[in-house]
Ligand binder design. Sequence first.
Ligand SMILES: Nc1nc(=O)c2c([nH]1)NC[C@@H]1CN(c3ccc(C(=O)N[C@@H](CCC(=O)O)C(=O)O)cc3)CN21
Ligand SMILES: CC(C)C(=O)C(=O)O
Ligand SMILES: [Mg+2]
Length: 261
Amino acid sequence: MNLVKLQQLAQDGEKIAVLTCYDASFASLCESAGVDVLLVGDSLGMVLQGNSSTLSVTLSQMVYHTRAVAAGTKKAYIVSDMPFGSYQQSPEQALRNASRLMAAGAHMVKLEGGTVMVETVRFLVERGIPVCGHLGLTPQSVHQLGGYRVQGKDDASAQQLVSDAQALENAGAGMIVLEMLPASLAKTITSSIHIPTIGIGAGVDCSGQVLVLQDMLGIYHGKSPRFVRNFMQGATSIQEAVATYVLAVKDKTFPAAKHSF
Ligand SMILES: Nc1nc(=O)c2c([nH]1)NC[C@@H]1CN(c3ccc(C(=O)N[C@@H](CCC(=O)O)C(=O)O)cc3)CN21
Ligand SMILES: CC(C)C(=O)C(=O)O
Ligand SMILES: [Mg+2]
């Protein structure tokens, strides 16, 4: 998989199946089950480390898990989260730290934020590092947002999110994650830009979907958000559950209305 192919899939209306992945064994399994993109997410701070937010995740931890995922795959496209504090200071800081993730095997880095990140996104992209944006519920801002809540519910914030997405695309972003937005707004954003949108709690009309692997296998220790479906129900193996997820994303049966806002 590569970015040109991902953008082609989106243009052709074929949905992109993404899962988070933190290690080589699951990376290999997800790849053989047909997952298009593996996201080494900073959600590992909650899922692997048991913290209540992603804020404590370090760059060296992201490098370690990126290496593991890269070692377990041959063809999957690997996107790695830039952790909290590793890119907000300056474009130069972001380049230095994104380079470590790329050297560890990432094909693209993801960072949270809209218009404020435009200069940084352009700086990275012009220097050869593909960048994924992340809008809506941006978990690294949880203490500012007041919890893991749906975003973009009023007209002003919805308008801001549309212009943030356009600004990220203009800056050279190759893809954008949309997290916990009303399905109608995610649809509007997706049709307002030309790069793929990957939704999580953002309805079925994004170009693709992402879930945390442990959530969709029903093995996360915390309470599952509403947008999660347990794909182990009815499956006889993890491999089959992941393959069912890929099919459900491709045929647009996931997410259903009950997983959306
Ligand atoms: N295991 C896991 N899954 C995730 O999807 C995830 C992480 N960790 N860590 C990083 C962020 C945090 N996310 C979260 C965390 C909690 C809710 C949650 O509790 N949602 C409730 C309340 C919704 C509301 O009040 O509006 C829900 O029912 O969806 C949602 C997203 C999404 N990401
Ligand atoms: C949930 C996805 C989008 C993420 O950013 C993560 O896993 O950290
Ligand atoms: Mg993340």
